[in-house]
Design a protein around this ligand. Structure first.
Ligand SMILES: N[C@@H](CCC(=O)N[C@@H](CS)C(=O)NCC(=O)O)C(=O)O
Length: 79
């Protein structure tokens, strides 16, 4: 199972891009939204993202979507 941790898709293009890329596959994923620039964001983000940034995709290991999209599933059509 994949988990995508994002901010707000309406005004954060990095989050939207990652979400769109995953939506274009048939891969099931869980979406966790963290409200950027809030105490909740900084309380929770580091359990998912060592850099403290979104988006982050959690698989068996943390994956940078932009650098290795096809690495998640070679048959997902993301290459
Ligand atoms: N260049 C970044 C893009 C991601 C990014 O900058 N995310 C911003 C929101 S668009 C973020 O998480 N900011 C939180 C913070 O800096 O506190 C990356 O390498 O992933």
């Amino acid at each position: 199972m994949l988990t995508l941790v994002i901010g707000n898709k309406s005004y954060l293009s990095w989050s939207l891009r990652a979400w769109l890329a995953l939506k274009q596959t048939d891969l099931p994923f869980t979406e966790i939204k963290l409200p950027l620039d809030t105490p909740e964001f900084y309380d929770r983000i580091f359990q998912y993202s060592p850099s403290g940034k979104v988006p982050v995709l959690i698989h068996d290991e943390r994956t940078n979507l932009r650098r290795n999209p096809a690495g998640i599933s070679p048959d997902a059509g993301m290459a």
